[in-house]
Ligand binder design. Sequence first.
Ligand SMILES: C[S@@+](CC[C@H](N)C(=O)[O-])C[C@H]1O[C@@H](n2cnc3c(N)ncnc32)[C@H](O)[C@@H]1O
Length: 241
Amino acid sequence: MVVDLCDYRALLDEPGAAYDAVVSVEMIEAVGAEFWPEYFRTLDHVLVPGGKVALQAITLPHDRMLATRSTHTFITKYIFPGGALPSVRAIEEVTARHTALRVSDDLAIGQHYATTLRLWDEAFVAAAEEVTALGFDETFARMWHFYLEYCRAGFTAGYIDDHQPDADQGEPMTAPTTAVAETLAEALRPFIGGDLPVRLVAWDGSYAGPEGAPVVEPALPRRAAAAAVAPRRAWAPPRPT
Ligand SMILES: C[S@@+](CC[C@H](N)C(=O)[O-])C[C@H]1O[C@@H](n2cnc3c(N)ncnc32)[C@H](O)[C@@H]1O
């Protein structure tokens, strides 16, 4: 497995169609409403044909999202500066307007979130001494306790909710990135003029090439995956940096 720490927008400069699925849990709230089109374009770009997006987002009813979008709340001032909660309708409209993605399913779990917040708050309050020992003062502790309970009240009352929409491009998956090594070896053949002289071991555990040959693990899975799942596209080895 490879973990890349990067801004999501950097992926728009990478070859697309690199992932079978994208799971994005409560990140859309942090990116800011003006970046929602770019955020969804990125998800659309990185997905293989037939791939799936699974989102989780804290949401507002659409009318409340519109009414409060230029106001400052306790949350935007003290907890998540720059953040903005979408509505499910906003997610559907932005994906429809800016991407090939369409929301295909949705699950609301806000009442479970209220329980989670109660448990988080109880654990936080019970750990008051450890919190102080970590260097957080009483002002912070009171603010954090208020934040957890404020959000719990919002979920309990149904003013905010938590949704898990799925989205896809409405196509069947043509070439899953599982067992990528064979597909990648196929894509490499024109460049090396024949069969692999090495044993290619891909990030999904699949392999291609002769047993006993030196093992090569692709170090740039996103680029390699783009070639493996979209062999129609011309693929060249990455330029040295
Ligand atoms: C509320 S947290 C969600 C945490 C995550 N779902 C988890 O389970 O750990 C929001 C996350 O969005 C990430 N994030 C916010 N803006 C981002 C950006 N521009 N590019 C990449 N990640 C970003 C933050 O780093 C943070 O990890």
